[in-house]
Design a protein around this ligand. Structure first.
Ligand code: C2E
Ligand code: CA
Ligand code: CA
Length: 417
């Protein structure tokens, strides 16, 4: 804990001092404090921290504003990661809960709330949770390649370009999709990975915008498709036939001749077209262009499946759902991961599953983070799940092994634990 970097953001210097003394007694020495949001933002960008302790109510705008600034900093690649967050507030439960939701939506994976009069005993308990969170992040970094050590220097655009241009540095991971009833692996999603020659993995949220800026979306798409084709051929040799999905933005899908090119490359494999799924993915809402509609209809007519990705956020509106010939619906992890703590999110997940079923779509819940999620989703009638509580994204060689012998591994765990 001695190496934990903390920033206290509070309008009250008395609260700041009290909290600082308490952390000091717990052995934490690297503590900074700020009395203003703007100052906190500038300091965070200069020197990131592991733990942010922030007042919900601040004199210059409120802690929510700082969350938005951190979110923007991460998206621009100026911050390597979001810190853990402890909200401090004497406000009512409703406001506290909505601030927790807000932070989760902004990508904060570890969020807690406390009242300003936290004592040493509560502080010790809280720091234990922080320790557990750090262990989980270190494990995620080990298994998944995400930068788990907070406070690492963000990648510069030049470094991302270096990584993209180095031979063999773009690869794919596959994240299994699981039939929730019995744990059988029923498919996978291909996720692009980019490795910097000296600094390790770069997150998709950092390298994908650079790919787009350089106009390389199509190149990346076909690179991922090649990885998927190679995996499907290896699986086919083992007698395993399970679909794999590829992410594609609306702009990629609307490129001229794309469907013809996909179909031609796929047909060379002599594999069934139903083994390839295209996920329509994007964070910003585009016009539902005619080109996109044409591409999706052609893909479907050619026998490929199409998934509506990130349902509930961004592009995947009801308008999209009614206009496009989707075969499956992927419920965004934002709602699924937090549905056990938020009754609103629970209801959104439940009603989206019903809607998907009514529309004859296969519903895949993303963000299945624990056995409790599996249990709740099963009760809601959701048949398929994807998430860290089932399987993390893995190298194709591991996926091939898993797909050969599943569902044995998953079944060993109790869905009620
Ligand atoms: P996505 O399509 O929603 O992919 C799922 C993301 O959620 C992956 O992050 C995956 O590692 C993560 N994830 C899976 N299970 C859980 C869980 O239980 N909890 C949480 N918190 N997260 C989970 P990743 O690999 O960082 O990818 C991020 C996004 O980057 C993807 O989101 C997708 O939008 C985009 N992306 C990835 N590969 C490609 C690609 O080849 N092309 C395009 N256009 N976009 C891609
Ligand atoms: Ca996806
Ligand atoms: Ca998704």
């Amino acid at each position: 804990m001695e190496n934990l970097n903390v920033m206290l953001v509070s309008g009250s210097s008395r609260d700041n001092d009290r909290f600082q003394r308490m952390l000091f007694r717990a052995g934490i020495r690297n503590i900074r404090h700020c009395g203003h949001i703007r100052e906190a933002e500038q300091q965070l960008l200069r020197e990131p921290v592991d733990l942010l302790v922030c007042d919900i109510q601040m004199p210059d705008g409120g802690g929510a504003e700082l969350i938005a600034k951190v979110y923007a900093g991460v998206r621009r690649g100026e911050l390597a990661d979001t810190p853990m967050l402890l909200w401090q507030s004497a406000a009512g439960k409703l406001l506290q809960e909505s601030h927790v939701r807000l932070a989760r939506e902004a990508g904060f994976n570890y969020v807690w709330v406390t009242h300003p009069s936290m004592d040493d005993g509560e502080c010790a308990l809280f720091l234990r949770q922080v320790e557990l969170a750090r262990e989980a992040m270190a494990e995620a970094a080990r298994v998944n390649g995400v930068p788990g050590r907070l406070g690492t220097r963000p990648f510069s655009e030049q470094e991302v370009i270096e990584a993209l241009c180095s031979k063999g540095n773009i690869s794919i991971d596959l994240q299994p999709q699981v039939r929730l009833r019995d744990g059988a692996v029923v498919g996978a999603e291909a996720l692009a990975r980019c490795m910097h020659p000296t600094r390790g993995n770069i997150r998709p949220s950092v390298f994908l915008p650079v790919v787009s800026k350089l106009g390389l979306d199509l190149l990346l798409f076909f690179h991922v498709l090649s990885g998927v084709i190679a995996t499907q051929q290896a699986l086919n040799e083992q007698g395993v036939r399970l679909p794999i999905s590829i992410n594609a933005s609306a702009a990629t899908l609307a490129s001229p001749n794309l469907v013809r090119e996909i179909t031609m490359r796929w047909d060379k494999t002599k594999l069934a077209r139903s083994l390839l799924v295209i996920e329509l993915t994007e964070n910003i809402e585009p016009e539902i262009g005619l080109d996109l509609m044409v591409a999706l209809n052609q893909l479907r007519a050619n026998g490929f499946d199409i998934a509506c990705d990130d349902y509930g956020i961004g592009i995947s509106s009801l308008k999209m759902l009614s206009a496009m010939p989707f075969s499956s619906l992927k419920l965004d992890q934002l709602f699924v991961a937090s549905m056990l703590e938020s009754s609103r999110h629970y209801e959104i997940v439940r009603s989206s599953i019903l809607l998907g079923k009514e529309l004859n779509l296969q519903v895949i819940a993303e963000g299945v983070e624990s056995a409790r999620h599996v249990k709740a989703l099963r009760e809601m009638g959701c048949e398929t799940g994807q998430g860290f509580g089932l399987y993390r994204p893995m190298a194709p060689s591991r996926y091939i092994e898993l797909a050969r012998r599943a569902p044995v591994e998953w079944d060993a765990r109790s869905p009620d634990s």
